[in-house]
Design a protein around this ligand. Structure first.
Ligand code: ZN
Length: 305
């Protein structure tokens, strides 16, 4: 796999802190199965989930929105916001949905499939995009696009835009943390052979991935390291990236100061004592106010049924 979206300028700073905090609060509307499966992402990381106590777990409270808000609405399909987009939209509503009405019995293939779905959606919530959309995967050139738009569109009910959003390669940039293409990643869709020009011989044709791959596990541990020194390095690396982006925007000192206040608030909210070095040269000329919150706002990632 994989890539972790390094978020847009404002949110990336939130993401940085969230990523290295010790607790991600996630209210669950039910399901010890969800809690058990989702927790597989946590091994060797600095993250913990705070679901409350079994068997009820915590309910979502609109007045105190949780970072990740889990719902189980069968009709809504399975989907999740990516990373800190969960903190950005509809704080009084779910940020991740599992479209299953019940947990299939042990030994059932459907249970394994549900497990894979939960891992995939939680992967999105923790910041992972789709592996088949990695610039490293080159699946764009493998897909039989006319057939996909036509037949897959009819089967799934997805529009061309929705298909593009979930299938087309993401643009390589310093905002994406990528690994070599990982065909075992839980973030890779299974596609039927007819969706590829080369059928089952395509490099992007894979089996059904239902477990975390070694690369999935390695990247989550790198992104949310348990070692403080490593966490600080990740934070500083992302601050460096943000610095470059902010420098491109040519902000004036007043605008930079406002951003500094926001960063300080975020660090304080996460009880994080860390000084990040931002290498910025404020432009004293003033001028038009640039857009400083250029986050990807494509919305939630739905999954095919
Ligand atoms: Zn997905």
């Amino acid at each position: 796999m994989l890539k972790i979206r390094v978020f847009g300028i404002h949110l990336c700073l939130t993401a940085v802190v969230l990523g290295c905090s010790t607790v991600v609060r996630a209210h669950s509307l039910g399901g010890s199965f969800f809690v058990e499966v989702a927790s597989k992402w946590l091994e060797g990381t600095s993250l913990t989930f705070d679901f409350g106590s079994a068997p009820q777990y915590s309910s979502c409270v609109a007045s105190h929105p949780s970072d990740i808000r889990v719902a189980f609405a069968p009709a809504a399909g399975s989907w999740s916001y990516v990373g800190t987009d969960s903190l950005r939209y509809d704080l009084d509503k779910a940020s991740l949905n599992i479209g299953y009405a019940s947990v299939p019995p042990p030994g059932s293939p459907n249970r394994t499939e549900l497990e894979g779905t939960i891992l995939h959606e939680v992967g999105h919530a923790l910041g992972f995009d789709h592996e088949h959309q990695s610039p490293e995967a080159h699946c764009d050139q493998e897909f039989d696009w006319p057939k996909i738009y036509d037949r897959y569109g009819a089967l799934s009910g997805w529009s061309k835009d929705k298909i593009d959003f979930n299938f087309k390669a993401l643009v390589a940039s310093e905002r994406l943390w990528t690994t070599p293409y990982d065909r075992q990643s839980i973030m890779h869709y299974y596609f039927e052979p007819w969706m590829f020009k080369k059928g089952a011989a395509s490099s992007c044709f894979i089996g059904h991935n239902e477990m975390l791959s070694a690369t999935d596990t390695g990247l989550i541990q790198a992104a949310y390291s348990g070692a403080i020194a490593d966490q600080n390095k990740v934070l500083q690396d992302r601050a460096d990236t943000a610095s470059e982006k902010l420098a491109d925007l040519n902000l004036n000192s007043n605008q930079l100061s406002k951003i500094g206040v926001e960063i300080g608030k975020t660090l304080a909210a996460q009880n994080r004592e860390l000084t990040l070095q931002f290498n910025l040269a404020p432009d004293q000329r003033g001028g038009p106010t640039p857009e400083i919150s250029r986050c990807d706002t494509k919305g939630a990632v739905p999954e095919p049924k």
